[in-house]
Ligand binder design. Structure first.
Ligand code: F6R
Length: 608
């Protein structure tokens, strides 16, 4: 996490850096800071948001044509000014080195002890300051050469941008395990964690590879690989979604992104004329013919889309499927079947645990991998043999919404393609599923139209401190996702259970103060679910039920029902989750939380 921007130009780059930070705030917003190298190093830091930093800078003469900036998600040390980046390192009373960092340095304590013994004074609790002092200590007048030596001493994951007082108009960047891109301008050049930070300044983007070090100057950039050899990395034209940061008529990005789902799904389905392996890449046919099972690796919301897909993959395609939380998988010793298709699911494509789990699976001998991802240039897409890009567009709200429903859409395409190749889907069934997929954007519009009814419920929820979510079968992962959405943005403690598990423990929690949200599609489990609902009512629990229009469920005492359009079969989770997103959003709004930037969180979790 954390966002980095750097620029070397002939104009004052402070507004560019601050604008870039605003666009990177999704990566962390515990504190932020900016530094320039303008006849000496100068910096401004804030423990509030970038808007406050902008005000601070406007009050002083803060200008420069070489600068670095950072927005922080705290790992080592509290979100305090002294821990905010950029970090400076001083020698003989002079501030010589400025540095920003994203990632975690595992051996920072050892470096810190060594440098303290040499007289370096640490002002923060961060691992970052150790790198700044190490650069200073090893500095030999050539920043590039120094950084190349310094990175060899660092263990862990990092992206850094560093400048030296004595070398104006030069920034050196390096990455290992965290993203860093180079932006090529006309007589000016940039560094950033994400191309979006540079929208409006340049669309010519170079993605640095693992172990790269880059020398950024006014008249050009030179990249060196992990062996310190100069390398050419191709620049790509990246349409850096500047439109994505316009809120339009919405109050929050999360609300905007919820309402973008019909468009996001229809974009994700663009060009899909049938369930053919080519959708997943030129090698997909051979790979799909070679596999006999699926292993899904992901985190958070993306993990729940994987859990949903398991029901599809097993029932439609007949493929044994396991779904694992990436941070668990990467540290256990699993039994390996090399004919398994490893599927990683990620909005960002940079989530450290998912990326590490993918690499681990590959090291263990898994030959085949596929990424379902929203960022085509991400590490995960680069590291996998096959991919399917969701076209949700930039997701800025920290709580994932449109990424989830587009992942489900892509996973259904994968399932249907595998089912067809395995002789389990005939032409009639294919046409039926294609028609349903194509109709999804319209069906979603009808679900979004339920917003006023959900707002009415959210007022009751806003007064609660706990909530239970129930679902069964395909909709159990949807209940999990609903509970995650509610807890992360409203801070209400929410838990989800498969409804059949209630009586094995959680029923003890049910009182009249406990709202119980029930995802109740009109599927084969509906009668079982109704019995579970009775168990709740008998204990005085208040039920909030999302039912389908064609089911026989009506509001009565203690049972509140909102009806979705008619039951949508296997694709029903994609509709039901939208009601839960809206419930979480409006409950958070009623509680006055910072919906797009919930406390302690960040988007794109690039640290372990
Ligand atoms: C929750 C949320 C997170 C992410 C998780 C994985 O709303 O957004 O749980 O789903 O951090 O992120 P990606 O999908 O980028 O790998």
């Amino acid at each position: 996490m954390c966002g980095i921007v750097g620029a070397v130009a002939q104009r004052n780059i402070v507004p560019i850096l601050l604008e870039g930070l605003k666009r990177l705030e999704y990566r962390g917003y515990d504190s932020c800071g900016v530094a320039v190298n303008n006849n000496g190093l100068k910096r401004a830091r804030s423990v509030a948001r970038v808007a406050e930093l902008q005000e601070q800078v406007a009050r002083t003469e803060f200008e420069g044509n070489t600068g670095i900036a950072h927005t922080r998600w705290a790992t080592h040390g509290a979100p305090a000014t002294n821990n905010a980046h950029p970090h400076f390192s001083t020698k003989d009373g002079e501030q010589r080195i400025g540095l920003v960092h994203n990632g975690i340095i595992e051996n920072y304590e050892e470096i810190r002890t060594e440098l303290k013994a040499l007289g370096y004074v640490f002002e923060s609790q961060t691992d970052t300051e150790a790198i700044a002092h190490l650069v200073n200590h090893m500095y030999d007048g050539d920043l590039l050469r120094t950084v190349q030596k310094v990175v060899k001493r660092l263990h862990g994951a990092f992206a850094i941008a560093v400048f030296a007082k004595d070398e104006p108009q030069r920034i050196v960047g390096a990455r290992l395990g965290c993203p860093l891109i180079v932006g090529l301008g006309d007589g000016e050049n940039f560094l950033a964690s994400d191309a979006m930070a540079l929208a409006g300044s340049t669309d010519q983007i170079v993605y640095l590879e693992e172990g790269d070090v880059v020398d950024v100057r006014l008249d050009g950039v030179q990249i060196y690989d992990k062996l310190d050899l100069p390398v050419e990395r191709r620049a790509q034209t990246v349409q850096a979604y500047s439109g994505a940061i316009e809120l339009g008529p919405y109050r929050h990005y999360m609300q905007k992104e919820i309402f973008e789902q019909p468009r996001a799904i229809s974009d994700t389905l663009e060009g899909v004329l049938g369930f053919t392996p080519e959708l997943f890449g030129p090698k997909a046919e051979a790979v799909f013919n070679d596999i006999d099972s699926v292993l899904i690796l992901a985190c958070g919301t993306s993990y729940y889309s994987g859990m949903t897909a398991r029901y599809w993959l097993e029932s439609l395609a007949g493929l044994p499927t396991s779904v694992e939380i990436a941070s668990e998988y990467r540290y256990r010793k699993p039994a390996v079947n090399p004919n398994t298709l490893v599927v990683v699911i990620s909005q960002s494509g940079e989530t450290a645990d998912t990326l590490a789990a993918l690499k681990y699976a590959q090291e263990l001998g898994h030959k085949h991998s596929l990424a379902i991802c929203n960022v085509g240039t991400s590490a995960m897409v680069r590291e996998t043999e096959l991919s399917y890009l969701t076209r949700a567009g930039a997701e800025i709200g920290v709580a994932s919404t449109k990424a989830f429903t587009t992942q489900l859409t892509a996973l259904f395409l994968l399932t249907a393609t595998l089912a067809k190749m395995r002789g389990r889907m005939d032409a009639e069934a294919e046409a039926f599923h294609l028609k349903n997929l194509r109709h999804l954007p319209n069906a979603l519009q009808s679900v979004l139209a339920l917003e006023p009814h959900i707002i009415a419920w959210s007022e009751a929820f806003a007064r609660k401190e706990h909530a239970l979510f129930l679902g069964r079968g395909l909709h159990y992962p949807i209940a999990l996702e609903g509970a995650l959405k509610l807890k992360e943005i409203s801070y209400i403690h929410a838990e989800a259970y498969p409804a059949g598990e209630l009586k094995h423990g959680p029923l003890a929690l049910v009182t009249e103060d406990m709202p119980v949200v029930t995802v109740a599609p009109n599927d084969t489990l509906i009668e079982k679910l109704k019995s579970n609902m009775q168990e709740v009512r008998a204990r005085g629990g208040q039920l909030y039920v999302f039912a389908d229009g064609d089911s026989q469920m009506h509001s009565s005492e203690g049972i509140h029902v909102i009806r979705l359009p008619e039951h949508y079969g296997l694709l029903s989770p994609i509709l039901h989750v939208v009601t839960l997103q809206l419930l979480a959003y409006h409950t958070a709004l009623a509680r006055g939380t910072d919906v797009d930037k919930p406390r302690n969180l960040a988007k794109s979790v690039t640290v372990e």
